[in-house]
Design a protein around this ligand. Structure first.
Ligand SMILES: [Zn+2]
Length: 458
């Protein structure tokens, strides 16, 4: 008999607490104890990251990861495991990219570069041009045609280090990668090269999706490491006549079929009502994709493993969705939402984990104030494990298409200080994830699923 039970029995006459609540605290403790003492999840993360490195949608690596997730879920004794098909874009970066500074005064220097996702290539002959450095949208507009035509635009607006939550810094700087090519092409640029979106000073280039405007010429777009960007900026100050040689041989291959992977434990009382949770299994082609987002996949598969291990029988159906293609066109999220709509499936909630495997501290909740209030009532159960923040806010890219159906959406929120050191970079390897930090997240999601299953969100 646990202390909380004894306390409740002692205070029964005062109705200071009730057995139900005391039992919840025990279950939450058991969930965290299981997550923190079992090594299955970390071993699964290592397998996913090392066996299926570079699993961007449309690749053999992505296909392999889908089959691996299906086999893993099938081995867990779940009630249902199935694949959900969709079409995904396919692209390949071709030969290793070249970025070379050419300067009569300073000599030639190689830069650490990579093509941005879905950017057109320069072709095998490459492109050579003078460079113009741009650190803001305003500056780009001021330079205009006269300052830009025929040149390579070097976007060098760093992520603002003064925000506590680094996703804000990313949000302010990401225009350079996402829209910079077309913004520069409007003024006649021949290519763009972007400072990598990280506050880390290292020599890894960070890729990521970019988009072209239909009405403008498509020009090559590359990322350069932050060390390379700082060097290039310094050299340009000494020799403004520097030229840059860029060579990329990326190619678009249209679309191919891929899959979300879904696994369920059927509800004992209301099997037609679902609590869904997931992360995305695709990762950029230059990385193991550990923090982004192998962790999210593993943490949400853990929910089912922990329910099984502890013998918790859910009243509602609990479902993991291993999403395909978060990084490029979000087809996995769209396919899932379309299926929910077509089958008219009732969801109590959908939860996403895609903010890295660092120490979690709460959930961001996209739902009514009443739902946010209800979740806050559970704070005392989770606070002993460092999970204390339950605030209204955005959820995640994979579940956002469920929003029009008025489904409460939650995202696990973790410490963000180091996330962008790794995101979309070769440095995002499994060993950068600390197992206890990842497992606190697994347990936090499992606990929230347990509480929603018991008390609902309405
Ligand atoms: Zn992600």
């Amino acid at each position: 008999m646990r202390f909380t039970w004894i306390l409740c029995l002692a205070l029964a006459g005062l109705s200071a607490c009730n057995n139900e609540k005391a039992n919840d605290a025990d279950v939450v403790k058991d969930i965290f104890s299981e997550a923190l003492s079992d090594t299955t999840a970390y071993s699964n993360l290592k397998t996913l990251c090392t066996r299926y490195e570079g699993r961007i949608c449309g690749t053999a690596e992505a296909d392999g990861a889908v089959r691996w997730a299906e086999a893993l879920l099938s081995s867990m004794g779940l009630d249902t495991v199935y694949l959900q098909p969709m079409m995904v874009p396919k692209w390949n970066r071709g030969e290793e990219e070249v970025g070379k500074v050419l300067s009569a005064a300073l000599g030639d220097h190689l830069l650490s570069v990579c093509a941005l996702g879905w950017a057109v290539g320069t072709g095998p002959e490459g492109v050579t041009a003078e460079v113009v450095e741009v650190t803001s949208k305003d500056q780009l507009e001021k330079l205009g045609d006269a300052g830009i035509r025929g040149k390579i635009v070097f976007y060098n607006q760093p992520m603002d280090p003064t925000h506590y939550y680094t996703f804000e810094s990313y949000g302010e700087a990401v225009w350079q990668r996402a829209r910079g090519a077309s913004m520069a092409a409007r003024y006649g640029a021949v290519a763009v090269i972007n400072r990598s979106l990280t506050m880390a000073s290292d020599d890894y280039p960070h890729t990521g999706i970019m988009h072209y405007a239909d009405t403008l010429p498509k020009i090559p777009a590359l990322a350069v490491s932050t060390v390379g960007a700082d060097s290039l900026s310094g050299w340009l100050k000494k020799d403004p006549a520097i030229k840059l040689f860029l060579r990329t041989t990326s190619q678009d291959h249209g679309e191919v079929t891929s899959y979300n992977v879904i696994g369920e434990i059927r509800g004992s009382e209301k099997p037609d009502e679902i609590i869904a949770f997931g992360g995305h299994i695709d990762a950029w082609d230059n990385t193991q994709g550990a923090h982004d987002d192998g962790v999210g996949v593993i943490q949400t598969i853990e929910v089912l493993r922990i329910f099984k291990k502890l013998g918790i029988r859910p009243k509602h159906t609990i479902r993991v969705v291993v999403f395909m293609d978060e990084e490029v066109a979000q087809r996995g999220g769209a396919a899932y939402a379309a299926s929910v709509k077509a089958k008219n499936e009732k969801h109590l909630a959908a939860i996403e984990s895609d903010r890295g495997g660092f120490t979690p501290y709460g959930f961001s909740i996209d739902a009514s104030p009443m739902t946010v209030g209800k979740i806050n009532n559970w704070k005392k159960l989770l606070e002993p494990y460092g999970i204390w923040s339950f605030k209204k806010g955005g959820s995640g890219v994979d579940i956002r298409d469920l929003q029009p159906m008025n489904i409460p959406l939650l995202a696990l929120v973790s410490d963000s200080q180091r996330y962008f050191d790794y995101q979309h970079s070769p440095s995002d390897t499994w060993d950068k994830v600390y197992p206890r930090e990842m497992q606190l997240g697994s347990a936090a999601i499992t606990s929230i699923v347990f509480l929603i299953d018991n008390y609902g969100l309405e």
